[in-house]
Design a protein around this ligand. Structure first.
Ligand SMILES: Cc1cc2nc3c(=O)[nH]c(=O)nc-3n(C[C@H](O)[C@H](O)[C@H](O)COP(=O)(O)OP(=O)(O)OC[C@H]3O[C@@H](n4cnc5c(N)ncnc54)[C@H](O)[C@@H]3O)c2cc1C
Length: 263
């Protein structure tokens, strides 16, 4: 690890004032610290967000859900009100990594990082979530702009995510057996008038919404409705874990399982 300066911010304004041009925010550190240890990142300053009041916790009011950016995956998995409102996102939290990762890693860090194999981005798209920052609110559709890329400006801090709980939802992922990251993960959400689908882990463009699956499921919310849908393997990732052809197949299988889980 290269030398860095550690700061513990006590407010959002304090954090923003310390970030500078080469600094990085530190949430759970489950992505950033391993990257630094491998000398793949060398931030001049680490700004720890963990002691800023109001960034953590889950609020559920009827169908209205808000999750603070510093909320850990374990908290998402274990919050009974959230599980009642939107069980699929709780299951998602419980399937991330291992116990250490789940108790340190945060939802804000995960979506800010936008790893193409991370779980939450697919939920944010399917749930039509709003991403709250210290400067503005961003629709999930506009937030995820490509692999490891988001609409966040330099120094902007994710403070929370919010969404209206859908009528039905389901998430299924095919896990990489070593890391538990998604090789293909599909979140489906039935919002009454329409179905939204978020796919992670599979595409070379990062998380995406498959239009044909959404159309088919909006007409008929059943796994069989996906029979006529095809996934273009030309758009899929291909690496040591799986070929593009394999991932294209997995997307459809996971989508069908997610619909079954929603029922
Ligand atoms: C062994 C292992 C297995 C894993 N398995 C999975 C898995 O199955 N599924 C999955 O989805 N993830 C997985 N992860 C990743 C994990 O979920 C991380 O928690 C997550 O990617 C990053 O969250 P963090 O809080 O640790 O962020 P950090 O590592 O602290 O930060 C990540 C990046 O986001 C930036 N950042 C952090 N918080 C904010 C914020 N509030 N506003 C703006 N920028 C911010 C940081 O500057 C940094 O660039 C795994 C990680 C490990 C080490």
């Amino acid at each position: 690890m290269y030398e860095t300066n550690y700061h513990r911010a006590d407010s959002l304004a304090d954090a923003a004032s310390k970030i500078g041009e080469e600094g990085k925010y530190l949430s759970g550190g489950q992505t950033l610290l391993p990257t630094m240890k491998q000398r793949l990142a060398a931030p001049s300053d680490l700004i720890d967000l963990s002691k800023i009041n109001g960034l953590s916790g889950i609020e559920v009011n009827g169908k209205s859900v808000k999750i603070g950016a510093m909320t850990t995956h374990a908290e998402v998995a274990n919050h009974s009100g959230l599980r009642d409102a939107c069980h699929a996102i709780s299951e998602m939290g419980g399937w991330i990594g291992d116990p250490h990762v789940r108790h340190r890693g945060t939802i804000g860090g995960s979506i800010a990082n936008n790893d193409p194999a991370a779980d939450y981005p697919s939920a944010m798209l399917a749930l039509n979530a709003t991403i709250h920052t210290d400067q503005r609110e961003i629709a999930a559709d506009d937030f995820f702009t490509g692999m490891f890329d988001t609409a966040l400006k330099e120094g902007e801090i994710v403070t929370a995510v919010s969404f209206t709980a859908p009528e039905k939802c389901g998430y299924e992922k095919f896990r990489n057996p070593a890391s538990r990251y998604a090789m293909a993960g599909v979140f489906v959400a039935h919002h009454g008038d329409a179905v939204r689908v978020g796919v992670t882990g599979a595409s070379s463009g990062g998380v995406y919404r498959p239009a044909d699956m959404e159309e088919a499921l909006s007409d008929n919310f059943s796994a069989d409705a996906l029979d006529g849908c095809s996934v273009d393997e030309g758009d899929m990732l291909s690496d040591i874990h799986g070929s593009a052809e394999y991932r294209a197949h997995l997307v459809k299988v996971m989508a069908k399982r997610a619909v079954a889980a929603a029922h």
